[in-house]
Design a protein around this ligand. Structure first.
Ligand SMILES: [Zn+2]
Ligand SMILES: [Zn+2]
Length: 183
């Protein structure tokens, strides 16, 4: 059966993997495997902005993927951006295989506040489910509680739930079932 691969891009805190694995295993009944970390590609670094180009990281994730990889989720601690946006919490190919989530702006410390593990876990779960949803064809949802709603700042991440709304959840379940069923 095809598998979902988790890939550290650069150094990622070890305690985050259990949160990520729990979240994806709840929604995606696929074998979940973690690959060895890949280095952050040098060409991704934008010295002018002090950020990393998300598209370059996604290209790196797409290289040398295991043959049975149906989805590749990269996780990184560096700050991601694309030319059009000042930052990204994550990015994914719509109906594709590759997604990446940045933990950088999910840490309270980024905002000059003390670390909060429970809050960090919730934010990571939301971002992981959001980007994985895109890879299964889900688009941004107008239900602000839905994990597929668009979050342009951390307040909007915090105000949404860790769940897909009913229509999104149904669509996701159909997509996942057709994958798992091999159709
Ligand atoms: Zn999105
Ligand atoms: Zn929704």
């Amino acid at each position: 059966m095809s598998a979902l691969y988790l890939v550290p891009v650069g150094s990622v805190p070890e305690n985050t993997w259990a949160w990520i694995e729990n979240a994806v295993s709840e929604w995606f009944p696929l074998p979940i495997r973690r690959l060895a970390p890949v280095a952050i590609p040098e060409r991704a670094y934008d010295a002018r902005r002090g950020q990393y180009q998300s598209v370059e990281i996604m290209k790196t994730l797409a290289q040398d993927t295991p043959g049975d990889a149906t989805r590749i989720l990269g996780v990184t601690d560096v700050d991601l951006a694309i030319p059009m946006l000042s930052f990204l919490f994550g990015q994914a190919q719509l109906n594709g295989r590759i997604a990446v989530v940045s933990l950088c702006r999910l840490h309270q410390e980024f905002y000059g506040l003390p670390a909060e593990d429970d809050l960090l876990r919730e934010r990571i779960v939301k971002e992981v489910l959001h980007e994985m949803g895109h890879t299964f064809g889900l688009v941004h949802c107008r239900d602000q509680k839905c994990v597929m709603s668009l979050a342009t700042h951390i307040g909007l991440v915090d105000s949404k739930s860790q769940q897909y709304c009913s229509p999104c959840g149904l669509q996701l379940a159909e997509q996942v079932a057709s994958l798992v069923g091999g159709v």
